[in-house]
Design a binder for this molecule. Structure first.
Ligand SMILES: C[S@@+](CC[C@H](N)C(=O)[O-])C[C@H]1O[C@@H](n2cnc3c(N)ncnc32)[C@H](O)[C@@H]1O
Length: 275
């Protein structure tokens, strides 16, 4: 039985829009509204780090809270610090921010010494913005499905904040294999997922929640993979069982990033480290 009071009116409304194929335009309209609000409140164009800020509309596209310039900057810094705390960056000769968006985390590597910085994304406007405004990073465009435009064993670190969270199960499997391919032996793969924190906040129907509690991946709006409408919820054991099988599991940090995503730190077997 459906219990709208428990799993949320917003979800019920989005489901109704989705049935009419109107959910994506509705999400875009919401992002425009957030961007307009931010502009009305006096949007900034520069940050303390001396780098330009992406336009509010672009920031809203990578997360509703990021329309707010201060949150965009602080959350990106928080996530860069999180990466530093779980990976020995001095051992990493080259890193890749897979699904870098408009550089929320990427911009915080401008002073990184001895590590080449790469990013990639499927959204051409974001790739262009990063290349025009973050001169220390090389950012490329890739398609929704692999491959990446890099050779085997290129990186000591690949990380992805809020990217696996927007892909179908099949795409996730293909991308884990692709990220493994471009990692050096001993290299790190770090990615965030939506876990218990979000499941406890009434985003899922009771049946979906049960399925999650039984250790299954739950993906909503799969046909919109690659957009913020599609959202995937990963039980920790699902990641260990289905996604991490060709990796060593280094650590798991529940609700660790600024948006309360879980963080998975995996390592490709072999090698001494990421160099
Ligand atoms: C929620 S945003 C997060 C952006 C960035 N990682 C951050 O934390 O600010 C998700 C990003 O992943 C990108 N994306 C989605 N599917 C992708 C894929 N298969 N390969 C690369 N980027 C992808 C989207 O274009 C979008 O920029």
């Amino acid at each position: 039985m459906i219990e709208p009071a428990r799993w949320g009116h917003r979800r019920a409304i989005l489901d109704a829009f989705d049935r009419l194929h109107l959910a994506r335009p509705a999400v875009r309209a919401y992002e425009y509204a957030l961007a307009a609000k931010s502009s009305l409140l006096g949007d900034r164009t520069e940050a303390e780090d001396g780098l330009p800020l992406p336009p509010a509309r672009m920031r809203a596209q990578v997360g509703p809270l990021h329309a707010d310039a201060r949150f965009f900057l602080e959350s990106g810094r928080h996530n860069a610090e999180l990466i530093r705390s779980v990976v020995p960056l001095d051992e990493v000769a080259a890193l890749l921010d897979w699904g870098c968006g408009c550089g929320r985390v990427l911009r915080h590597w401008s002073t990184l010494d001895g590590t080449r910085v790469y990013g990639c994304d499927i959204t051409p406007r974001m790739v262009e913005w990063c290349n025009d405004n973050l001169p220390f990073a090389r950012v490329a465009r890739n398609e929704l499905a692999p491959p990446l435009p890099y050779g085997e064993a290129t990186f000591g670190l690949v990380y992805a904040f809020s990217v696996m969270t927007h892909l179908s199960e099949e795409l996730q499997r293909d991308w884990v294999a692709e990220c493994r391919r471009v990692l050096k032996p001993g290299g790190y793969f770090v990615f965030s997922t939506l876990g218990q924190y979000f499941v406890s906040r009434d985003r899922l129907t009771p049946a979906e929640r049960r399925s999650f509690e039984e250790g299954n991946l739950v993906v909503l709006y799969q046909r919109s993979s690659g957009t913020s409408l599609c959202s995937a919820y990963h039980p920790r054991e699902y990641v260990s069982r289905e996604l991490a099988e060709d990796f060593e599991v280094v650590s798991f940090r529940p609700a660790a990033d600024d948006g309360r995503h879980d963080l998975h730190v995996l390592r490709k077997p072999g090698g001494q480290g990421g160099r």
